[in-house]
Design a protein around this ligand. Structure first.
Ligand SMILES: [Zn+2]
Length: 153
């Protein structure tokens, strides 16, 4: 396997305890570009872009933020969002200069419940990165695609 110094550095920043207690990779041993490529293929197969998903996450974040930690219903009650904590900022592990708010937004939509952070919307939009398999904060493209279809369908 070819060594890639930039990816080596990014991988280091994604380790547990560097920028985030649980890290960004879980137990995923694949190179970051392989993780990104596999998730990009899932999006392409569904005909959804990473901007579609990031825009939706930003919209859910803005709505949760405006509701000041009170649960808020959106899309005719199909989706409920709630801001559950805010504490400082976290830099993007890809080193692009982004420093995202460390908020966590809880989303409930039918059987689907998950938590996302503003950094994740950035990672998806700018880096196509949904995080490694087994990472606590990995967003499964299939779940986001289902949510996207529920909200925009
Ligand atoms: Zn970035």
């Amino acid at each position: 396997m070819k060594r890639n110094p930039v990816q080596d550095h990014t991988r280091e920043m994604m380790e547990r305890g560097r920028l985030a207690r649980d890290g960004f990779l879980g137990d995923d041993m694949r190179p970051i570009d392989e993780i990104v490529a596999a998730d990009a293929a899932a999006l392409a197969a569904a005909g959804v872009t990473r901007e579609n998903l990031a825009d939706l996450l930003d919209e859910l974040h803005a709505a949760a933020d405006a509701a000041l930690e009170t649960p808020r219903e959106l899309f005719g009650g199909k989706v409920q969002v709630q801001l559950i904590e805010v504490m400082g900022r976290i830099p993007c592990p890809f080193g692009c200069g982004e420093r995202a708010h460390k908020a966590a937004i809880r989303v409930k939509a039918g059987d689907l419940t998950f938590v996302f952070t503003p950094l994740q919307a950035h990672l998806i939009r700018e880096h196509g990165f949904f995080q490694g398999e087994g990472s606590w904060f990995r967003l499964e493209p299939a779940e986001l695609i289902a949510l996207y279809r529920l909200c925009r369908g």
